[in-house]
Unconditional design. Sequence first.
Length: 416
Amino acid sequence: MKARLPYGVSLLGALLGLIFGFYSTLDYSAHLDRRLHDVHCSFIPGAAPTSEAEACRAAMYSPYSAFFKDAYWGGIPISLFALGAFSFFLGFAVYLVVAGSSAPKRSRVFFAIVGSTPLLVSLGMLTISLTQLGSVCKTCAGIYIGSTLLAIGAWWGAAVPPAVAAKKPVGNVAPTLEMDGSPKGKPSPALNYLLPLGWLAALGLLTLLPSLVYAGQVPDHRPYLNQCGKLKVAGAEKDKLVKLVTPKSVRQATIFEDPLCPTCRAFHERLVHEDIFDKLNGDLALFPLDTECNWMLDTALHPGACTVSKAVICGEQPRAVLDWAYENQDQLTAAGKAGKDPLRAAIQGRWGPPMMNCIDSKATKDTLNRHLQFAAANSIPVSTPQLYLSGQRVCDEDTDIGLRYTLGQLAPELFK
């Protein structure tokens, strides 16, 4: 019993990792139909998917959620590798639980070494979540917990002293065999090396197998990438759009954004993290979903967005104001809901009285109105964000997990 308990802990950890890895993969693969789906984001295995899962959705849309995003739409989700690895660890833990104290030392040492790898990967992903994404999804945390239990059990089991061997019987007794085929008490030296190598090969194969199967089944999305329309007219209003140009800009783009739109913030962050934003020769059309200035709405979706949009127009460095608005979006949104004065105070506190004078000017009001007229003339959906590459609209469904693949197909120069 003493020898089995540690591996029972590892078995539980591997099972948790397998379950949470399965739900993570299920959520990711569901989006291959190019539609938006709810995602599982709970510490409770089997809990229903929900739309209130921003941390898990942010992790899924991040550049760190998958490999080979250039080659496949959405890439190969990293959770697939977890599925394969945890399957191996689950099977090996079952063997060690059944074998108990009779398990050879080499199997316990091997399990302790390789059983630590999911924990090392989890620590790396946790660091990325905290430093790059600013949040930890519950499904990912479930995998981290499973990895921790797996490693604890593996090292605990290796530290348990072996059972005391029974005294050898007197007389002529036929030799018995170990599980590896060698005489009991005399393990084969060759098997001390060959078996661990075989186990390591099995671990590698099982880790890669789900991703290989997935890669072979990913549908070809290329026929759909240019089917979402184009800008109809440029119009005089385009000259009034905010110019976002850097020395690295290589591709013309027109972007429709609302600085208080959470989806716009997430999209903006993805473009920045993918090192794409600075390579766009951008025309920013501000499209606040706020009835204060936007006549295309009946209800304000983001109160205060008109004022913040004017601040972007007024900024000496519009990109800096836009970045500030996204970084402080939660506070600005709360201020906008509280009324004009709290929002104006927040903007003035950061950018000073001259900014407020510009926001209140008729010229700024007219400029923002031209942005909205440009959107109306091109029949832009009342939804943000919208991205057009040289006039070609990037489909909404291609701005999430398929973003890097889509831009690689439509604008390969962005990745050179």
